[in-house]
Design a protein around this ligand. Sequence first.
Ligand code: ATP
Ligand code: MG
Length: 399
Amino acid sequence: MNDLLLIRYGELALKGKNRSDFENRLTENIREKLKPFPGVKVKKTFGRVLVELNGQRMEPVAQALTEVFGVVGVAPCKRVESDIDRIREAALELVREQNPRPRTFKVIAKRARKDFPLRSQEINHLVGSHILKRTEGLQVDVHDPELALRVEVRKEGTYLYGSDLPGPGGLPVGSSGRVMLMLSGGIDSPVAGYLTLKRGAALEAVHFHSYPFTSERARQKVEDLGRILTRYAGKIRLHVVPFTEIQTGIREHCPSSYMITIMRRFMVRISEELAQRNKALALVTGESLGQVASQTLESMKAINDVTRMPILRPLVGMDKQEIMEISRKIGTYETSILPYEDCCTVFQPKSPVTRPGVERSRELEARLDVDRLVSAAVEGTEWVELKPDKEETEFSFFD
Ligand code: ATP
Ligand code: MG
């Protein structure tokens, strides 16, 4: 008997080449995610992905799979020889392994191999009665069973599986191209990154720091946040941009009410350049609408003025409460709320303009040597490759 995990994914909308790209990408991402589990094998068969445990404990592996986008469900599964006695034995074992124990069940057999001597109805009956006789407190419910035990008779063997744990859904990371996430130390941008990953985009990240106005520890915090995102993303390259010269320049030459707007325009220019150099097709920010004075439509318009690259704002329709909920679920919240200052807080004006004008921003900026400042910042950018940290994968999605 073989202990497996059977992975369900949202294949409904997929056809032809899209489907095989999706499956290949998903399988590859699953392999990468399961590298810390020696012996585990990942295989594609009959429109499913199967994970052979080969002696590894099921729970941590299943847990890791719930962090792989594209996975809709993960079900403990067994494969046995297509022989009715073996099938009955395995079915009983699978029922006994269910946690919590189901009170009602039903068997749903499917005969994909027509030379198997029993018909589906007969399999249902033989397996069901075997389980009933040997399990206390379990009844058949054909309409709404707690456990729907599926039995699929195939050439290479018979697969048995029960209810599945929910996966995160979404699309496999890397199937939608690459984006550049503007990652601050706050609550919002890591969540924006997570949601973009969920739709299949691979991530790079850019962070602006203003040493010595902001501390080494603040930069470390951003690396930590990025590292948490690698659970869902795989490796992430984090670009760290020196921003002090630009910020002090703006402070000297522009009115403080335009500080944030002009700062953001610089950030976007630099992020765009880094995105282009690294083949990212869009920028992503953690902006929402109306959350703070600087996040208005006028402000977005003034910021978008400096780029032709799409800026994705996946949080635009969310309340702070909803954003915080996701940030707790994905494990970034506790790090985000650590009190290290960010370059925007250090240079926070008393009253930022809530409706900045595009023309006015351009005029004010003309007091600075924009091109030189941007290229100096780009040239001074360092990067680190963030990788999943084994201990961190212990974090539980089901809490
Ligand atoms: P967050 O919680 O992500 O910090 P916020 O609610 O504090 O967001 P703002 O400070 O207005 O909002 O920042 C808006 C967005 O601009 C951030 O979500 C982030 O994408 C980007 N951003 C702000 N500061 C930085 C920074 N230092 N480095 C990179 N991106 C930044
Ligand atoms: Mg912030």
